[in-house]
Write a protein that binds this ligand. Structure first.
Ligand SMILES: Cc1ncc(COP(=O)(O)O)c(C=O)c1O
Length: 374
């Protein structure tokens, strides 16, 4: 059984140790720590191994408890932390969920807006109340301090932001991070920074989780690395928080998905070279969208700092625009309503040159048509 419960004990404990008794799912905490698939006399495990006797050689990898620890070590090294700072998760979505579940269940969440919708609905899913603070375009998508005060006036358990910001593609300003940490300290709360777009930043910053013990960061190989189906994600944070997250995770994850972690480990040594190329393509595509925005009446944006997405404000309704764009031209853009900003669309612009030209032309035609209809 892959373990996140620390090194397996050589000498079996007598009785049930206290740290197991106090856990959210005591049996699974105990099983991860004390049941050993290499133990020839265990009456605690099924004993059904991966069927390597079949002619499916790759299945030999499917029963490899050590890959979990190797993945955790590789992520720790990549983001400047130690293995005890890492919790493995199924993508950023489940990483975010387990952070909300652990740190804000039944409490109060203060999250940015505009925001990736999951960061709002997850509050409700863990029976927390949601209070939004603004990132305003006028300030360069920085946090509006007055709205942060208002959102946390009655207390807060978890403050939530993205870096890079989805949907604007802006880097989280260091002073805004400091403001969030200061607010968290005042309320005995934590700051969750969703870093699923962070690796697009050419500055190659370490995770924000390295900066303060109240910061918890989530990430995955989905967005910057294009490996959504691997569901290879993680949480970075203070060891005490990671231990609490590991314990909550016992309820839904008795083990790790071994094959995806093998694939992730094979990929990670190549990650920086791949990123270099993706960043260059994204930068060139962003130049083209920027030129389009500058030349198009009724459209405006703040150019993203990095990455593959940006938010275009329109002087027409974003849902009507997105609907007409797909119906008349087969081009999809995401209605701004999904980001609590209905007069606009979020665009992800990493297309081939010809496709991007056609998509931008379609946006011009659609916007002209909607504007001339009043
Ligand atoms: C900010 C943010 N977090 C998380 C996710 C989901 O990522 P994953 O596929 O790793 O669950 C997305 C996907 O769009 C996202 O934009």
């Amino acid at each position: 059984m892959p373990t996140d419960a620390g090194p397996r004990q050589e000498t079996p404990p007598t009785g049930i140790p206290p740290e197991v008794e106090g856990a959210p799912f005591p049996y699974m905490r105990w099983a991860k720590r004390y049941l050993d698939p290499h133990d020839p006399m265990s009456l605690g495990l099924s004993g059904v191994g991966a069927p390597t006797h079949l002619d499916l050689p790759h299945l030999a990898d499917a029963f490899d408890p050590d890959v979990h620890a190797a993945f955790v070590a590789a992520i720790a090294a990549r983001y400047g932390m130690a293995p005890e700072n890492v919790h493995r998760a199924q993508g950023s979505s489940s990483a975010n969920f387990i952070v909300y579940q652990t740190l804000a269940r039944g409490g109060r969440v203060a999250a940015e807006t505009p925001a990736y919708e999951a960061l709002h609905v997850t509050a409700t899913a863990v029976s927390a109340t949601l209070h939004c603070f603004e990132r305003t375009r006028e300030s360069g998508w920085r946090i509006d301090p007055a709205s942060l005060d208002a959102a946390t006036i009655d207390g807060v358990d978890l403050l939530v932001v993205t870096d890079l910001h989805n949907p604007s593609g802006k880097i989280l300003h260091p002073d805004d991070l400091a403001l969030l940490v200061e607010t968290a300290e005042r309320h005995d709360a934590y700051v969750l920074v969703d870093e699923v777009y962070l690796d697009f930043d050419p500055a190659k910053r370490p995770s924000t989780a390295t900066k303060h013990q109240r910061i918890v960061a989530t990430n995955s190989l989905t967005k910057c690395h294009g490996f959504g189906p691997l569901r290879a994600g993680w949480v970075l944070g203070d060891p005490d928080v990671i231990r609490r997250i590991d314990e909550q995770d016992d309820i839904v994850n008795p083990g790790s998905p071994v094959l995806p972690l093998h694939a992730a480990l094979a990929y990670l040594p190549h990650a920086d070279a791949e990123l270099e190329q993706t960043r260059a393509r994204a930068h060139a595509a962003c130049d083209r969208v920027h030129a389009w925005v500058e030349a198009t009446p009724g459209a405006s944006w703040l150019r993203p700092d990095a990455g593959i997405t940006g938010f275009i404000d329109l002087d027409v309704d974003g849902t009507a625009f997105a609907t007409q764009l797909v119906e008349a031209h087969g081009v999809r853009a995401v209605p701004g309503a999904f980001f609590q900003r209905p007069r606009g669309v979020r665009v992800s612009f990493l297309l081939g040159d010809d496709e991007l030209t056609r998509a931008l032309d379609a946006m011009t035609t659609t916007l002209e048509a909607l504007r001339s209809n009043g």
